[in-house]
Write a protein of this length. Structure first.
Length: 224
């Protein structure tokens, strides 16, 4: 049995991060199903925050306003082509992007994921999936503590623990420092995957790219 460690550098407002998570999930499932001995291997995933800071305001604003600001230099035709491409790629992995809703800071969402590190891996995975889906498909404001509590409960976390966590600033310094570290010169944007502390995969690559790296890790351990 091998333990394959993956650090995922991401932010919830990043559409490519959502697409990348779906592709990573597929890669892990395919690897465990098809690679010799892969069924017994364990994947340990660490979600590492990266604040894109799309919203310069201290409060939630319509997501469409931020999109207009970020894409203001693009022509209507270029914007339509971009959205069509994103929607096509999203649908291929079961994601149906919607443009509505509000967004503020993702800091509390990242703090909540840090709390989930103490829980079973499936709980953490479900929480990350819930938050991504809420923002990109359900037009929910994931900077709202009430929304985050709802998403955490549906992932299996304890209500009292989550409420206390969100009302405090627990792990705030940890996610802030991690985000600053992930933005240091030389680091690329998001999503970014560091596998076994050595191999780096940038962007929402196809499952085959991940599987190739998983195989290298496995073969390297077999030769050690």
């Amino acid at each position: 049995m091998s333990v394959i460690e993956i650090e995922v550098v991401y932010d919830f407002v990043c559409a490519w991060c959502y697409i990348g998570k779906r592709k990573l999930d597929r890669a892990i499932a395919l690897y465990q199903k098809t690679y010799p001995g892969g069924r017994s291997d364990v994947f340990s995933i660490k979600w590492s925050p990266y604040f894109l800071n799309y919203n310069p305001h201290p409060h939630s604003v319509p997501k469409s306003d931020l999109v207009d600001e970020r894409l203001k230099d693009m022509t209507p035709e270029q914007r339509t082509a971009l959205f069509n491409r994103m929607n096509q790629i999203g649908r291929a992995v079961g994601i149906y992007f919607k443009a509505g809703g509000m967004i503020g800071s993702t800091r509390d969402a990242h703090r909540l994921v840090h709390l989930s590190r103490t829980k079973p891996a499936d709980v953490q995975n479900c929480l990350v999936e819930n938050i991504l889906r809420a923002y990109h498909e359900m037009e929910m404001d994931i900077s709202s503590k009430d929304v985050l509590l709802e998403l955490a409960l549906s992932a299996g976390l304890d209500k009292a623990e989550v409420t206390e966590w969100l009302e405090s600033d627990l792990a705030g310094d940890i996610v802030d420092e991690a985000s600053q570290r992930n933005r240091q010169p030389g680091n690329t944007g998001v999503p970014r995957y560091i596998i076994q502390g050595v191999h780096c995969v940038d962007g929402a690559e196809d499952p085959s790219e991940f599987i190739e790296v998983f195989a290298k890790v496995k073969e390297g351990e077999n030769q050690a």
